[in-house]
Design a protein around this ligand. Structure first.
Ligand SMILES: Nc1ncnc2c1ncn2[C@@H]1O[C@H](COP(=O)(O)OP(=O)(O)OP(=O)(O)O)[C@@H](O)[C@H]1O
Length: 595
């Protein structure tokens, strides 16, 4: 069975009946190693061919599907067709020509990649694998096609007719019909890295953007990046298949949850009209909210996509709907939430305010918070996306025995996707983080929704071993961090790429002071509003608030002191795991007290 992207359940509602039959047939009758895309933006011009088929030993095929009956077609030649789809005559491009142009545009883009072209011989400079295009006539049989002499307009081998795509058709016959559309067969096989490059070029939406690889498809002179990172197929299928209704993504740290959330928010924002309700992204940690907001603003989506950390959102709701704002004090945040819940119950704060609500790091949300925000989704879309990762559940708010997604109104059963591959970290960093948090991650338990606790699988990227330095005092650790960061800066890292994540506020403040004394640019995150993801300064913050962020160079001081006297060992291990797992290049500089 081929992989269809998006999943058929997510796109069937926008398919014509003929397209649905084609999708079902191709999905059923092609083997597992076929990839199929239905109506996704393709190539530098974002064209939308009906189907694109990719097979590592066959090549690429673009298909246009037409549900026209023979009586609909009045006249047909190689360039244009005259049709009467609903009583009104219309001139349209020959569908084969349409498919050819879609394919040609993509192939021209693929040809720019030196790793995808032939390097010698008569075809040097051309793509190194076959490609083709064809038409599926879902309402015209081969007999009708021949009798009407449509072969003057379309070469017969480039057409799949109604009777050749019946459910009863033999899989091999269907496959050979498709491959007869190719001018020549393939020698060799497309490798996995080549397929990733093809997907990167063909589908700009699946690119995993890093600051170094922003690429302008419309600049003919722009150099293609050496490393092309793309969503894996599971991520792509998930991202493209998210529709209305409730969806839950349970993924290990660094498995692309936030990336998929960004994709979805962008997709919805682009599809929304001036009268659409806004989209809400919520998270718990304030710095993550700031970071996500700056990403949305950079994409020009700030007006349509509202990003807030939960308590900020609560406060705004109270202000907007004239509800009591609690005074400063130890219960201020709890009271804020209680007041919003009460306001919604009394209908003083309206429910259904957003066309979609997305919750990042959902494990940090208390059950009553989840219940509250679930009510904020417009019932006509019911579009709720919850992302979570159990192992990071620092606050243990939502993990008591009574909790299940169902109990807070979230339909997770049958709507949960599990992502296991950690892409953020090198194998070495993941290994170190996992050693510390070993007993957290060995649990085979399932939670109350039947969802297993997950152990991350490395994406296999190699890097240097994390540097573990033992020093006699915390002050000596700070000096060592300053030395390392100064050296990293000389190597080309920006100050804003570096972070020091501390177990407690005392260590954080000592660190900020020492780095400032050493005249390094530093930003100490004392509280809300202090974190600026765009500033070119070393970020110093506690491990807890670093959740969801990532930096290329990270130091973790005072690790030898964890857990602090009287603190819970398991919680300390979790916090360390979060801190260690959020960064590409980990440099834990641990202090082991002298014995
Ligand atoms: N398929 C992929 N190939 C390469 N890099 C990827 C891929 N998927 C995700 N990444 C990268 O991995 C990093 C982690 O992704 P992301 O922040 O979306 O994960 P997450 O699941 O939200 O993590 P966390 O729960 O720890 O916040 C990002 O830098 C992202 O660009």
């Amino acid at each position: 069975m081929a992989t269809l992207i998006p999943a058929i359940s997510a796109c069937v509602s926008r398919m014509t009946s003929g397209e649905r039959r084609v999708a079902e047939r191709l999905e059923q009758k092609l083997d597992d190693d076929y990839l199929l895309w239905y109506d996704v933006p393709m190539g530098p011009r974002n064209t939308h061919p009906d189907f694109c088929v990719l097979h590592p030993r066959r090549g690429i095929l673009v298909l246009e599907v037409k549900d026209w009956k023979l009586s609909t077609i009045q006249q047909a030649d190689k360039q244009t067709w005259e049709i009467i789809p609903d009583g009104i005559p219309k001139t349209v491009a020959n569908p084969l020509e349409q498919a050819r142009q879609y394919a040609q545009t993509v192939v021209t883009a693929l040809q720019r990649d030196k790793q995808l072209i032939q390097t010698e011989g008569a075809h040097a400079g051309k793509v190194a694998f076959p490609w083709s295009y064809g038409v599926v006539l879902t309402e015209i049989t081969r007999k009708q096609f021949e009798a009407a002499e449509l072969h003057h307009a379309i070469e017969p081998h480039r057409v799949l007719c109604k009777d050749e795509m019946l459910e009863s058709v033999d899989a091999e016959d269907l496959q050979s019909r498709l491959w007869d559309m190719f001018p020549y067969g393939m020698r060799g096989t497309l490798s996995l890295p080549q397929i990733d490059r093809v997907r990167w070029i063909m589908f700009p939406q699946v690119r995993v953007q890093t600051s170094g690889n922003l690429f302008d498809d419309n600049d003919a002179e722009a150099e293609l990046p050496d490393i092309m990172r793309v969503m894996d197929l599971q991520q792509e299928q998930l991202a493209r298949s998210l529709g209305d209704g409730h969806r839950v993504i349970h993924g290990v740290a660094g498995s692309g949850k936030t990336m998929i959330l960004g994709y979805r928010a962008e997709y919805l924002a682009q599809a929304s009209t001036a009268s659409s309700k806004p989209i809400l992204i919520l998270c718990f940690n304030e710095p993550l909210g700031v970071k996500l907001r700056s990403v949305m603003q950079a994409k020009g989506l700030g007006g349509k996509v509202h990003v807030r950390h939960f308590h900020k959102w609560c406060r705004e709701q109270l202000v907007a709907y004239g509800q009591a704002i609690p005074n400063q004090g130890p219960r201020m945040f709890d009271e804020m939430v209680e007041n919003v819940i009460r306001g919604v119950d009394r209908k003083q704060i309206p429910s259904g305010q957003y066309q979609a609500v997305m919750i990042d790091e959902g494990h940090d949300f208390a059950p009553e918070w989840l219940k509250l925000v679930t009510q904020m989704v417009d019932p006509t879309t019911n579009s709720l996306l919850v992302l979570y990762d159990d192992a990071q559940s620092i606050y243990e708010r939502a993990r008591n025995k009574q909790f299940s997604f169902k109990s807070v109104g979230i339909q997770a059963q049958g709507r949960t996707t599990i992502l296991k591959i950690n892409y953020r970290n090198t194998r070495q960093i993941l290994h170190t983080a996992s050693l510390v948090a070993a007993d957290l991650l060995t649990a085979d338990d399932k939670d109350d929704d039947g969802i297993p606790l997950l152990k991350p699988v490395s994406c296999g990227r190699e890097g240097q071993e994390p540097l573990i330095i033992k020093l006699p005092t915390l002050q000596a650790e700070m000096e060592a961090i300053a030395d390392h960061f100064a050296a990293a800066h000389k190597e080309g890292f920006a100050w804003g790429d570096m972070a020091v994540l501390c177990a407690d506020t005392k260590t954080r403040d000592l660190c900020a002071r020492t780095l400032a004394q050493r005249k390094l640019p530093v930003e100490n995150r004392l509280g809300s509003g202090d974190f600026d993801p765009t500033s070119n300064k070393i970020k110093v913050m506690t491990m807890k608030v670093s959740k969801g962020l990532e930096f290329p160079v990270v130091a973790l001081p005072g690790v030898g002191h964890m857990p602090a006297a009287g603190a819970d060992e398991k919680e300390a291990a979790r916090v360390f795991y979060v801190a260690a797992n959020h960064h590409r290049l980990l440099e834990p500089i641990g202090y082991i007290p002298p014995t």
